[in-house]
Design a protein around this ligand. Sequence first.
Ligand code: GDP
Ligand code: MG
Ligand code: ZN
Length: 306
Amino acid sequence: MENPFTGVVVRATGSWYDVLHDGTTLRCRIRGRLRLRGSRATNPVVVGDRVTCETDANGDHTITDIAPRRNYVIRRASNLSRESHIIAANLDQALLLVTLRQPATAAEFVDRFLVTCEAYKVPVVILLSKSDLQVPEALRSFRAVYEGIGYRVEEVSAATGQGVETVRELLRGRTTLLSGNSGVGKSTLVRAIDPGLDIRTGEISESHRKGRHTTTFSTMYPLAQGGAVIDTPGIKGFGLLEIDAAELWHYFPEMMRTGRGCRFYNCTHTHEPGCAVVEAVRSGEIALSRYESYLKILDEDEKYRK
Ligand SMILES: Nc1nc2c(ncn2[C@@H]2O[C@H](COP(=O)(O)OP(=O)(O)O)[C@@H](O)[C@H]2O)c(=O)[nH]1
Ligand SMILES: [Mg+2]
Ligand SMILES: [Zn+2]
């Protein structure tokens, strides 16, 4: 094998990194100085990173360089933390699986994820999952809100096969971040597309890690048909700590459209007179649930910003 070699990080645990090179996964460590470089993120090497690695005389592999990231998705390291954690880099798109019942996905979760995708310029498609279990009227009103904003929404069901071909085509040849609450059907959907693929929970049960409570890591799974999906187990929400409070509304496309009409150029769309956004919420042009998500994110994230 060539030395140095290049590859893509398919799993990053913090202590070791799996790098896919030419169809083979090689376990690598990182060099100390890579840990220190740049960014506030707690993890220097992330799933999706294109890396250069060297193999030493003992046959041990070390990541020595990371190519600049085209994009990435980030979250707060934990609920009460100012540190950020990059979930994955170099994404072509994100698919957000949403179920309106069994289990019900909170609107705020959906909207936070969409804001993250807007902010980091990752195209996103919303999949209304387990469509066979949903109430048609609830599906219709969800679509009305999100398609009205400009998002693509598809109904899928691994049980009936609805939308599975559409998802197969969406995944082909692309690197896709798959997201959604636990239980919305991510693993089942991927198995319907690539039966050989077994997306597990991503939990690490190495003995030296016992006692740590959050031992879940995102993992990239190459697809037989080309492309790869990144599963992010255990992620309950996306923090937005790199987004300025004054800018948050820029990542709500419908607020971007109406906010131009506000009396004050620096309107926060909360209390100001002559606010075109508040007026649009009143008239029903902007969905109340979206505006509520905006207010919650503003309020919650205020305390974590620098
Ligand atoms: N009725 C129905 N059940 C589904 C569908 N997709 C998944 N499930 C079930 O929902 C549960 C959670 O699915 P899973 O794929 O593990 O969700 P994940 O946590 O997002 O990976 C399992 O019991 C699945 O059998 C679907 O399209 N329709
Ligand atoms: Mg799963
Ligand atoms: Zn305003």
